[in-house]
Design a protein around this ligand. Structure first.
Ligand code: TPP
Ligand code: MG
Length: 303
């Protein structure tokens, strides 16, 4: 085997080069930081990834092909959280209590089709890490609207005028289950990377149901040039559209506070999926972002 191929398939790489993600796929960077962060937190820990139907079924590959350097278990939408719970129970029975069982699931799977299973696993406080890889639509099947699609966004099922109503607030819904740890994460800058890795490290340490909601900018679905994924994540956070939060044992905290929140139009204007919005519609979205920000700050002061 040539040396460069050796390097690509090296055992210590948790996501190998040559995987099938699109150019500019932000989740391909995010997943590396989740896996590297978990491995760094507990070097001897084995990781099992549980992936329901999504872009990542394709990217991970089907046996005997595996783009990951960890075990991968592919599932239907509805059963990902249940299968992860079962794998954890089996590992415990075999004496591998420390195995991190990690669900890596899309927003369609988590917020809509598989939600009952996610809610049930959270309610049982299963000892798993559930990661919502949120690219804000059913991307693998061609950009259909999900419960996590933001207000005003074009999708193939909201072709005229964009999505009506607001994105489902899944972080607060999951926190309302009383689980030990919920956090939102995005990779848009070096300070955000620090925030991201701190949250993964915290998730590695906590026992019980942990929920990480990660924003995953998607060039073909959001319609922006492939080199801009990190910039899009930065604009999402700094405009307050995707606030970085955590709820650690019931205490809410805004973990990253932009000095000056950017106008939401700067974030929306960088993406083709919002190009049809009028000034008045952008104003309405700005108002909703401002209202949610005030609610979060109030939640924090209650903690
Ligand atoms: C029950 C069921 N309905 C529909 C599909 C087809 N399907 C496969 S992947 C996918 C999109 C999933 O969207 P999301 O969970 O957001 O993940 P993404 O593709 O965006 O990564 C759909 C609809 C399926 N596999 N199973
Ligand atoms: Mg999706």
């Amino acid at each position: 085997m040539p040396a460069w191929l050796d390097e690509i398939v090296a055992e210590d790489k948790l996501l190998h080069c040559g995987h099938a993600a699109c150019a500019g796929c932000a989740p391909a960077i995010n997943v590396r930081h989740v896996l590297d962060g978990l491995a760094a937190a507990k070097p001897d820990t084995k990781i099992v990834l549980v992936i329901p139907a999504s872009c990542w079924t394709i990217i991970a590959g089907i046996w005997p092909v595996n783009a990951f350097g960890v075990a991968v278990h592919l599932t239907p939408f509805a059963s990902a959280a249940a299968e992860a719970s079962g794998i954890k129970a089996a590992m415990r029975l075999r004496g591998h209590e420390d195995t991190q069982v990690v669900v890596w699931a899309g927003d369609g799977s988590t917020c809509d089709i598989g939600f009952s299973g996610v809610s049930a696993a959270a309610e049982r406080n299963e000892d798993i890490i559930y990661v919502l890889n949120d690219n804000e639509a059913y991307m693998n099947t061609g950009v259909q609207k999900s419960g996590a699609t933001p207000e005003g966004a074009w999708t193939t099922t909201t072709p005229t005028g964009g999505r009506r109503g607001q994105k489902k607030d899944i972080a607060r819904i999951m926190a309302a289950h009383g689980v030990p740890y919920v956090a939102t994460l995005a990779l848009g800058s070096v300070p955000m990377l620090r925030d991201f890795r701190a949250k993964v490290a915290r998730a590695a340490e906590v026992r019980g149901f942990r929920f990480l909601h990660i924003l995953g900018p998607c060039p073909p679905g959001w319609r922006y040039p492939t080199a801009q994924s990190t910039e899009l994540a930065r604009l999402a956070v700094e405009s307050g559209t995707f606030p970085l939060l955590e709820c650690d044992n019931g205490t809410w905290k805004v973990t990253f506070r932009p000095k000056h929140r950017l106008p939401v139009g700067e974030y929306l204007g960088a993406q083709g999926r919002f190009s049809h919005l009028t000034a008045a519609e952008t104003e309405t979205i700005q108002r909703h972002v401002d209202e949610r920000w005030s609610q979060l700050v109030a939640l924090e002061s209650l903690g």
